[in-house]
Design a protein around this ligand. Structure first.
Ligand SMILES: N=CN[C@@H](CCC(=O)O)C(=O)O
Length: 343
């Protein structure tokens, strides 16, 4: 595979803290042997999940955001490797593929300023290059009958995920998104705020449900767009559920599932919806970690749930001595997803 850096068995050993009498995920997670073509190996493996990372923040920068999402993948796999392999969840169910090589795009982006009109156009182009790689890889994994787990990166990668799933399945697909924002901004060039718009306009996305959006962070024009295409987008808000108690969380999980469940669908989870998690649009109000975990479990257990994407986490923005917590949260969410398919 081009533009890809595989994770090796020795990389895995280096991040696993071994303890006698215990078996950690890192001792059981599957990596691709050096001498074997990755896709051949995946097709022959019994493991249902294939995990890869997208260590970029080009899409966030192009959306005028604060960079830092590039570090989430490495933080996540460090935590994942040290989860206990036991009767609840087994490391051997997951192939840790590695990460997209986005170094070239990251280097170019570091020299560009989002506030400069011409520079921003260059950032859009860099995001498009990443889009191509993401959709290609997701499509290849889906075609092998496996379930991708994608660790971003910015939410721009929703576009590549949806496109890859649609191409892999040969039809339009659906998505559910746990997010404070719709990411349905205008098509001004690719960035982290319009992945779903592009996926919809290019006929990869059929139906889209945004779960728990924050009313104060969606523009009137986006609400008008949503209103004009009710058969395509539906949503509930965090305030309806948790502040005004007009809607019930568990009932809404089912409303959302009913909306998207008839086609293969992607599960998107933007960590900027969860209070206290470091991200470009970090929040101090929103559904807590346990609600996010329930969300992943609820949608993950449906047979049409076809990928999990966790994005926008930015451990690099956390200067405390607890900056491993973003990775730890991602590891919880990954294992909740794995368990939803097996328990
Ligand atoms: N993917 C997130 N997009 C959000 C937040 C952007 C930010 O503030 O960094 C949006 O465009 O509204």
């Amino acid at each position: 595979m081009d533009n890809f850096i595989q994770f090796s068995v020795s990389d895995l050993a280096a991040i696993t803290n071994h303890r006698s009498g215990e078996v950690k995920f890192g001792e059981r997670i599957i990596t691709i042997p050096n001498d074997t073509p990755a896709l051949d190996f995946i097709s022959k493996s019994d493991a249902p999940f294939v995990l890869f990372g997208i260590p970029e923040d080009v899409g966030v920068k192009a959306n005028f955001g604060r960079v830092g999402t590039a570090s989430a993948y490495f933080s996540a796999i460090k935590s994942l490797a040290n989860i206990q392999h036991n009767k609840f969840c087994k490391g051997s169910k997951i192939i840790l593929l590695g990460h997209l090589d986005v170094e070239k795009q990251m280097k170019k982006a570091s020299l560009l300023m989002a506030n400069d009109k011409e520079d921003r156009k260059e950032l859009f182009k860099l995001v498009e290059q990443i889009d191509k790689e993401v959709s290609h890889l997701v499509c290849a994994i889906v075609k092998l009958g496996k379930i991708p787990i994608i660790i971003g990166g910015g939410h721009n990668n929703a576009y590549g995920n949806i496109k890859g799933l649609a191409l892999g399945k040969g039809k339009m697909v659906n998505a559910v998104n746990f997010d404070a924002h719709t990411d349905f901004r205008i098509m001004e060039g690719r960035h982290s705020g319009n992945g779903f718009t592009y996926a919809f306009e290019e006929h990869f996305l059929k139906k889209y449900f945004v779960f728990g959006l924050h009313e104060g962070f969606v523009s009137k024009s986006v609400f008008n767009t949503i209103k004009s295409i009710p058969e395509t987008i539906n949503y509930n808000t965090y305030e309806e559920i948790e502040v005004r108690k007009e809607k019930d969380f568990d009932t809404e999980l089912n409303v959302a599932l009913d909306y998207i469940k008839n086609e293969p669908f992607g599960i998107e989870l933007d960590l900027d919806a969860i209070p206290g998690v470091y991200s470009s649009a970090m929040t101090n109000s929103g559904f807590g970690v346990d609600k996010a975990r329930q969300f992943v479990h609820h949608f993950g257990k449906h047979k049409n749930a076809s990928y999990l994407h966790i994005c926008e986490g930015a451990p690099d923005l956390d200067h405390s001595n607890n900056n491993h917590l973003t990775g730890k949260l991602i590891a919880y969410l990954i294992t909740d997803f794995m368990k939803s398919k097996t328990l």
